[in-house]
Design a protein around this ligand. Structure first.
Ligand SMILES: *Cc1c(COP(=O)(O)O)cnc(C)c1O
Length: 797
């Protein structure tokens, strides 16, 4: 539905009047945000209704993307863009003396996730709707999102992120679609009507209430649904929860995103969350299948339903669907198993051993007795099916229940028809190292689906100026057909386009510089190299290597060795219980303090650690980046997606040959990226031969020694203890992330960056190549590959 400027103004005025009894002139930005989002709701509501009717009418297969994280950021501007209202609304607001960005800033960021995994889930939602598929999200409506990060004396402090406090304008609560999820008690199987039927003794039920968030497709008229579940006390059981405290204990189930997993009660809560959203999601899928689609044969379920398990957190979907099919619909076990495997598919997101999720059998038996019985039976049959066919060690390594634990990845793999990695190197490592034994058992299940990004958000919304330049050079079609971005290559020698690329970057940097000034008080020069590392804080991502480079630059500047002006910008949250990551934050902040206040280097180097990295902050930083730091230890980063967002905005990448960096390098060519560091074979050699000797490197390399020593020699005295922790970690022989091994090679790559920076025309050419080739990472195409190869979806008519 389109809208004219005049219609929009009238609607806005009406909403302001009916909601707040104010006129435009007297409305606050918060009131304007609320009214504007309500006008938008009226705009897409008919499409949302019609999409649901169409879905039921056409009966096309649908995917349900189960994810414990969704990281959509904010939705106002993306809904405006996708509905086709952006230009009209911007211009109408301008007429009224208002600015869309100021109003949009009032929307709380939906940070229902931690990083790349949740961001990918949100990107896929947008892409499904924007390319014409029916795709549903299934997750948890956390009352508090990922914590709000503040720095106090250089230390990370975590504050609650009360994002729902001011009301979520997009969500619709659908109480009539609620379901009950059962926990605890005991289960006995009794023969009833010729069927082994579970009888539950004790335990309790929690009401799962869905909150639906519309996912507006880009110019498709399709509005899909992201369904997030909240926990309530069932009406029938209210009497058992007489006090507010009792109530809160139940409702706490969906309070926080990452319960503290260092305590038993924290882990139990997490397990509860996982089962809660999985069970609620599957129950509502089967209800839709039987009631709305009027299907009564469960054997046809795979023709209508695909359930995707995003990382292992929703892996219990395998057991829960078995429970529903066998216990509720009386399908024979073997038949139910076939159906389940055809419905389920699984994405692995990491090879990091500590991220391989497992649950204690006793905990599971207490909380989910029937699910534990079913998992035990799946495991028993799995073992029988392989006994005598493969080595016993293979069975032991791959079975689901082992050493008192339930291995969630094993459950997901055995219960799915598809297992995918998220970049070619990652998938290769799954097949040859991490999941080798599974790959040999089920080679046909394994496939690669390289991650992607929503170019709409990262270019059209975050960088309107660059988007406009693309319009002028390659035509507007790139907005729906990203392959058209490759036409930008034709302007490789076009002086005017190259100049515009540099001018746009400078304007974006000026804007970020203002933001930095406002939030940190620090002045940065927009003409300096803006060198950006934004991602979760983790040892494998090696913010530490960037830190060592900073110290080296600082030493040079103090010693009269010149470098181009540089502003290093970090954004990163550390998991609350991850002390090493928090130590890294403290050290970076104190190093930044010393450098930013040292007048002797004449502002040649600035280090800015922006607080509270989230999607909203990413949208501010990425368009202003000159250099994209993708410096993880090779083999450790499954894909990475900030690497893609940054290249799309014309930043040049400095990277190890890890994750999707490999694919970026292939796309842009060696001349347009700065590659350094150990390759995967060298990394595995160190691991296999146990011959990494960082202390020898340190003793034989004077520059390295001086750089690392600065962490403990009093140069950064306010982080003496934390500096010592880093120092010790670098020099340990079992230092898994090989920071010092890549130090020298990283310095070389940075030197090359400096040399290239001097030639701004050639720099712009490299940026142009990167922008053009970012089309390869368009999530619309990623989703099309999932739809075809894994889910078997057809587009809505
Ligand atoms: C894209 C994105 C990530 C993922 O970054 P990586 O560098 O790929 O780890 C994490 N957090 C936010 C807010 C993002 O937008």
């Amino acid at each position: 539905m389109q809208i004219t400027k005049e219609e929009f103004k009238k609607e806005l005025e009406q909403k302001l009047d009916s909601q707040f009894a104010v006129d435009v002139e007297h409305a606050s930005l918060g009131e304007l945000y609320s009214a504007l989002s309500n006008v938008l709701r009226d705009g897409y509501a008919p499409n949302w209704r019609e999409t649901r009717i169409k879905e039921a009418h056409e009966g096309k297969k649908q995917v349900y993307y189960f994810s414990i994280e969704f990281l959509p950021g904010t939705l106002l501007r993306s809904n405006l863009l996708n509905l086709g209202w952006m230009d009209t609304v911007k211009s109408a607001l301008k007429d009224l003396g208002l600015n869309l960005d100021d109003i949009a800033a009032k929307e709380p960021d939906m940070a229902l996730g931690n990083g790349g995994l949740g961001r990918l889930a949100a990107a896929f939602m947008d892409s499904l709707a924007s390319t014409g598929y029916v795709g549903n999200g299934n997750g948890i409506r956390y009352k508090y999102g990922l914590f709000k990060q503040k720095f106090v004396n250089g230390y990370q402090v975590e504050l609650p992120n009360d994002w729902l406090q001011k009301h979520n304008h997009w969500e619709v609560m659908r109480d009539n679609k609620s379901v009950l999820v059962h926990f605890g008690g005991q289960v006995n199987l009794v023969q009833k009507d010729n069927w082994m039927t579970p009888e539950y003794n004790g335990g309790y039920s929690i009401k799962a209430v869905p909150y639906d968030i519309p996912v507006v497709g880009y110019h498709t008229g399709i509005v899909n649904t992201m369904r997030l579940w909240d926990a309530e006390i069932p009406e029938s059981e209210e009497i058992n929860y007489p006090t507010i405290d009792d109530r809160r204990k139940v409702e706490d189930l969906t309070s926080i995103l990452y319960p503290d997993d260092s305590s038993y009660s924290g882990r139990l809560l997490r397990l509860k969350q996982e089962y809660f959203f999985v069970s609620a999601g599957l129950q509502s899928i089967l209800r839709y299948y039987t009631k709305d689609l009027k299907q009564n044969d469960m054997h046809n379920l795979p023709k209508y339903v695909a359930v995707h398990i995003n990382d292992t957190h929703p892996a219990m979907a395998v057991a829960e669907l078995m429970r529903l099919l066998v216990d509720e619909y009386h399908i024979d076990w073997d038949e139910a198993w076939k159906i389940t495997v055809q419905v389920m598919s699984y994405t692995n997101h990491t090879i990091m051993a500590e991220a391989m999720e497992k649950w204690d059998i006793n905990m599971m038996t207490q909380l989910l007795p029937r699910i534990m019985q079913i998992i035990t039976e799946i495991d028993r049959r799995y073992v029988i099916s392989l006994t005598g066919k493969v080595a016993e060690s293979v069975i032991n390594d791959t079975r689901i229940v082992n050493n008192g634990n339930v291995q969630m990845a094993h459950l997901a793999i055995i219960g799915s028809h598809s297992v995918n990695g998220v970049a070619p190197l990652h998938t290769h490592l799954l097949e040859t190292e991490v999941l080798k034994e599974f790959y040999e058992l089920y080679p046909e299940r394994f496939n690669n689906k390289t991650n992607g990004i929503t170019l709409r958000r990262w270019l059209q919304i975050a960088n309107p100026k660059l988007s406009k330049l693309l319009d002028q050079t390659v035509g507007r079609d790139w907005r729906t057909d990203s392959a058209k971005m490759l036409l930008l290559q034709d302007s490789y020698k076009n002086a005017k386009v190259l100049k515009q690329i540099n001018e746009i970057k400078l304007e974006n940097k000026e804007k970020l510089a203002k933001f930095i000034k406002k939030t940190t008080g620090i002045t940065v020069d927009p003409t300096a190299i803006f060198d950006v590392q934004i991602k979760r804080l983790h040892a494998y991502k090696r913010q530490t290597l960037k830190l060592l480079h900073i110290i080296k630059l600082y030493h040079d500047l103090k010693n009269g060795i010149d470098h181009p002006k540089r502003v290093v910008i970090f954004g990163a949250k550390a998991a609350p219980s991850y002390t090493y990551a928090k130590d890294v934050i403290k050290v970076i902040n104190e190093v930044a303090n010393v450098i930013n206040n040292d007048a002797s280097i004449h502002g040649k180097l600035k280090v800015i650690f922006l607080e509270n990295y989230d999607v909203t902050l990413a949208e501010k930083i990425i368009p202003a980046a000159d250099v994209s730091e993708q410096i993880s230890t090779t083999t450790k980063e499954a894909s990475g997606t900030s690497n893609m967002k940054l290249m799309a905005n014309g930043a040049l990448t400095v990277a190890t040959m890890d994750g999707a960096n490999v694919d970026i390098a292939k796309a842009v060519g060696q001349d347009n990226i700065f590659i350094f560091g150990l390759n995967k074979d060298q990394v595995y050699d160190y691991y296999n031969k146990h011959d990494y000797k960082p202390r020898d490197m340190y003793n034989s390399d004077q520059v390295m020694k001086e750089t690392v020593d600065a962490l403990i020699d009093g140069s950064f005295s306010k982080a003496a203890n934390e500096g010592r922790v880093l120092y010790d970690s670098f020099l340990q022989e079992n230092e898994e992330f090989l920071v010092l091994a890549d130090f020298e090679s990283y310095l070389q790559a940075q030197k090359k960056i400096e040399e290239n920076w001097h030639d701004q025309r050639s720099w712009a050419q490299k940026a142009l190549v990167n922008i053009a080739h970012s089309e390869e990472f368009n999530a619309d195409n990623t989703v099309a590959r999932y739809a075809k190869d894994i889910w078997g979806l057809k587009k809505l008519n």
